[in-house]
Design a protein around this ligand. Structure first.
Ligand SMILES: Cc1ncc(COP(=O)(O)O)c(C=O)c1O
Length: 394
């Protein structure tokens, strides 16, 4: 008898097999099929790309900027990113050796983890979190260790970080920090971030700081952890959220030349280079008066929505940890309701036609919560509050 051939699935990369789908997309697709649904599930701006950025892309196309850019990105975009990081956050990066332009922050996460993760390495990830960090760590054979922050207002405390460093010792390769946070909307004050930096300083732990929402902070000021421990930090930023340019796929990765070496290599192997017209548009978004004005306008509008939605949810009995940034509220389901977040979100979608994302999809500490996105029109947000009110009164 000829030997049976192994199935195609048996030949997959072993690490891919360990990556668990989060359920976010599937749940969103189920909700989308409900007629008249209002979707507060969305993780991207509901604004169009501002005109000045569109024009910059059109000009680039008309100028035949249609060739391979340098692997690290066009000079103009690297300069724009360097100015942006300096003006907005006081960070110094040499555009020639310390900045790469990625395909969205997503590719920055992938290549940063890819440049550093060996099989068995531990990557610390405060949760609830954007689930991609866990999946990518597993893809590279690392162990994603979730640090549940739900008992501490979704802030990683220095004590919890120290305990994880003590527990995993030399196996800890990196800490992924995302703030303002998807999904909680919570961020770190300068004091809180310095306290974490103090724990990490002098260790070999790499910090991958996903600061993609840094321009969307409504109370206080964003402070990058790279201000305190630049020598061990890779900063990720971009224009997807700040300039509503998710579809242009441009991100920024910055770090000391020595530190980013393997990451730049991984980036060039992965994508060769970002697209020229997209980089032209992103440079206009990050480093022109029109671009920064457009960001400020969108920020004001998100703040207006947050200021309406957060107290309205609180009045309905949801528990809130004050959301200071991004465009999410992570709301604890009222105590008198079903605490199973998937069941609650399903009922809310089916019966009230309001779609939210179950908190448990975002890792440890998310059970019993909903992620509610206010990247939706004010009219839809107001209508949602009415529908949720009626749903809770049933
Ligand atoms: C925390 C976080 N990082 C990265 C991304 C991806 O950003 P980009 O579209 O620039 O790849 C998202 C998108 O939702 C996000 O929420």
């Amino acid at each position: 008898m000829p030997k049976a051939k192994p199935s195609v699935a048996a030949r997959f990369n072993q690490n891919i097999k360990t990556v668990q789908p989060t359920g976010i997309r599937e749940f969103d697709a189920q909700c989308s099929a409900i007629p008249d649904i209002i979707k507060l599930t969305i993780g991207e701006p509901d604004f169009n790309v501002p005109d000045a950025m569109k024009q910059a892309a059109i000009d680039a196309i008309n100028n035949n900027d249609s060739h391979y850019a340098p692997a690290v990105g066009s000079e103009k975009m690297r300069l724009a990113a360097s100015h942006f990081l300096k003006d907005r956050y006081g960070l110094d990066y040499d555009p020639d050796s310390e900045i790469a332009i990625t395909i969205g922050a997503s590719e920055g996460i992938f290549t940063a983890l890819g440049g550093y993760t060996n099989p068995g390495d531990v990557v610390l990830i405060p949760t609830p979190t954007f689930p991609m960090y866990m999946a990518i760590t597993q893809f590279f054979g690392g162990q994603a260790v979730e640090l549940d922050t739900s008992a501490d207002d979704f802030i990683l405390t220095p004590a919890k970080l120290q305990a994880a460093l003590d527990q995993y010792g030399d196996r800890v390769k990196a800490l992924v920090l995302n703030y303002p946070s998807n999904p909680t909307g919570v961020s770190y004050s300068a004091e809180q971030i310095k306290a974490l930096a103090d724990v990490l300083k002098g260790t070999d732990v790499l910090v991958i700081a996903d600061e993609i929402y840094s321009e969307l902070v409504y109370d206080g000021k964003h402070t990058s952890i790279a201000k305190y421990i630049p020598e061990q930090t890779i900063v990720l930023n971009g224009v997807s959220k700040s300039s509503a340019m998710t579809g242009y796929r441009i991100g920024v990765l910055a770090g000391p030349a020595q530190l980013v070496k393997p990451v730049f290599l991984a980036h060039s192997l992965d994508v060769t280079a970002a697209a020229d017209p997209s980089m032209a548009a992103a440079a206009a978004g990050m480093d022109t008066p029109a671009g920064r004005e457009a960001t400020a306008k969108m920020r004001d509008e998100y703040k207006r929505r947050r200021d309406f939605l957060a107290p309205a949810l609180q009045k309905l009995g949801f528990g809130l940890t004050k959301p200071v940034g991004a465009f999410y509220i992570f709301a604890k389901i009222p105590a008198n309701q079903n605490q199973d977040d998937v069941a609650f979100a399903t009922a809310l979608a089916k019966e009230a036609h309001v779609a939210t994302t179950p908190g448990s999809f975002f890792g440890a500490g998310g059970k019993g919560y909903l992620r509610i996105s206010y990247a939706a029109s004010m009219a839809n947000i107001k209508e949602s509050v009415q529908r949720i009110t009626a749903f809770l009164q049933k």
